[in-house]
Design a protein around this ligand. Structure first.
Ligand code: 13P
Ligand code: SF4
Length: 317
């Protein structure tokens, strides 16, 4: 049945109906609205099944830049929908639950970036896509988990201020010969993954390879066979000779991996990492968003133009 628990106030007029019926209504309304549904890899399986595009932050921002639609329904978290609006301001961008934020993105503010830039006036500012539009607007370049190393390598200058993820920053610093000054932000979901939780599962599945997201801590990355963005994980699992994998990232990733490579097995760490923000999006909320064309994500034009520069410079690289 449709999960109505998380936002009863917002969707109280929607009757509780089977998921298939809600999905059918969504697909019908999507056509009428000329809408596209963008879905991040971590979303619930039933959300994957109504998607036009599924991907990581880089895939989805590329698609947003070229999407031919009047409406984008973004099933992910706030910074992702904001990035879609930054790239496609003429479209209506809907985030079915406005509370779906990214705790890491909220660990750095525009003032923090200005303050650190003042201390290091010659440094280039690179911000992870997991930031607010206001932080992107203060940045020279944006990057994602799929291209952070390439972006840092390519930017002019030998000193880089990297916001906000300290784990991604230290992963990049190990691979690029530049001085990286990290902000001390982190993803609470990835930081709770420990080496011990992975080793426990390795003991049950000898021969399993570890695929980790670069938001994990160094101790986890040190035992990983593959360090990849969420979509990069699918590629790695396809290409590897291994048949079993321990997936050190948000546990929603197991579903797209199983769909893409059904002949292989995927296991989460012994304590399942769950991003509760990602799970806020439900079919009922998607339907409600398409019915009402709310809630919308909008970025003030002065901030959008500056943030667009940082995102565009990344896409050009
Ligand atoms: P990806 O861009 O790799 O999908 O990562 C997004 C994210 O929020 C990871 O926690
Ligand atoms: Fe943010 Fe972490 Fe959730 Fe990704 S998994 S959206 S980085 S809190």
């Amino acid at each position: 049945m449709a999960d109505l628990k998380t936002s009863v106030g917002e969707i109280s007029e929607v009757e509780e109906v089977p998921d298939e019926t809600v999905a059918e209504q969504i697909l019908k309304l999507k056509r009428e609205r000329n809408a596209l549904i963008f879905v991040h890899n971590y979303q619930r399986p039933e959300i994957h099944r109504i998607a036009d595009f599924v991907g990581d932050s880089l895939d989805l921002s590329r698609k947003a830049a070229e999407a031919d639609a009047d409406v984008i329904v973004f099933c992910g978290v706030h910074f992702m929908a904001e990035t879609a609006f930054i790239l496609s301001p003429e479209k209506i961008v809907l985030l079915p639950d406005m509370r779906a934020g990214c705790p890491m993105a909220n660990m750095v503010s525009q003032d923090d970036v200005r303050m650190l830039r003042k201390k290091h006036p010659d440094a280039v500012v690179v911000s992870y896509v997991n930031t607010t539009a206001a932080v992107k607007a203060e940045s020279d370049y944006c990057c994602t988990s799929a291209n952070a190393g390439d972006v840092v390598r390519a930017v002019e200058g030998e000193e880089v201020l990297f916001f906000p993820d300290r784990n991604l920053a230290s992963y990049v610093a190990r691979n690029v010969e530049k001085k990286i000054i990290p902000w001390q932000g982190f993803c609470p979901t990835h930081e709770q993954i420990t080496r011990e939780q992975i080793v426990e599962v390795m003991q049950l599945h000898a021969g399993a390879e570890v695929i980790a997201h670069p938001e994990c801590t160094e101790e986890v990355l040190n035992i990983a066979h593959h360090i990849k963005s969420t979509s990069g994980m699918v590629d790695a699992a396809m290409k590897s000779n291994a048949t079993e994998f321990i997936v050190a990232t948000e546990s929603g990733m197991i579903y797209p991996l199983e769909c893409a490579v059904p002949e292989k097995r995927f296991y989460p760490p012994s304590r399942e990492p769950i991003c509760s923000d990602m799970k806020l999006i439900t079919l009922s909320k998607v339907l409600y968003a398409l019915q009402t064309l709310e809630p919308r994500v909008v970025v003030p034009e002065d901030i959008r133009i500056k943030a667009f520069g940082a995102v565009e410079r990344m896409l050009e690289l």
